[in-house]
Design a protein. Structure first.
Length: 185
């Protein structure tokens, strides 16, 4: 829980100036300044594939820049059966804040790059020769990635992205592939 407080605090600190800028930003469609979405993400931790359902909310504070927050909860775990040790792991929760650079390639399609900071909590269970145990590990990471989004009617669309999560300590880096629905407000 302590790892999520800095992420939430950073999101709040970044959101206040972003919202102030958004109030004064001149865009062609003020209703498309804010966006949100939901989707599925596959987190690949060196062969251990874990899945989350994610929610995102963002503000396009300039024509080519947005601030975005992301939260997720684990829905798919992974098991490993060995000769001596059986183990399973699952993401319990995940959160991140990003700065997003957007490049419109058509009126309804953007490609983007994003950089941010996140924390992911992974819960693991193990059984070694009849001895069982569990552990929770919070992985803090610097995240960066690319993606694209397309709006079918200018408001409702789909989004696909790839994010690399480089752990700030240890060897718990992840490749994260996400696909979801996005809506402009």
């Amino acid at each position: 829980m302590r790892a999520f407080l800095p992420v939430a605090s950073a999101a709040a600190l970044l959101a206040l100036p972003a919202l102030a800028c958004a109030q004064s930003a001149q865009t062609t469609d003020s209703s498309s300044m804010f966006y949100g979405g939901a989707g599925y993400a596959l987190h690949d931790y060196k062969g251990s594939d874990l899945g989350t359902v994610q929610g995102r909310i963002g503000a396009r504070v300039l024509p080519n820049f947005a601030i975005e927050g992301e939260v997720g909860g684990g829905v798919k775990g992974d098991k490993s059966d060995g000769a001596i040790v059986d183990s399973s792991s699952k993401i319990t929760r995940q959160g991140a804040i990003y700065g997003v650079g957007l490049l419109p390639v058509s009126p309804n399609t953007d490609v983007f790059a994003r950089v941010g900071y996140g924390a992911t909590q992974v819960k693991s269970h193990f059984n070694a020769l009849g001895v069982t145990g569990s552990d929770k590990d919070t992985i803090k990471s610097v995240n960066y990635g690319v993606g694209a989004q397309h709006f079918f009617d200018g408001v409702n669309g789909i989004r696909a992205d790839y994010t690399r999560a480089d752990a700030t300590r240890g060897d718990r880096d992840a490749n994260v592939w996400a696909l979801g629905y996005v809506r402009r407000f």
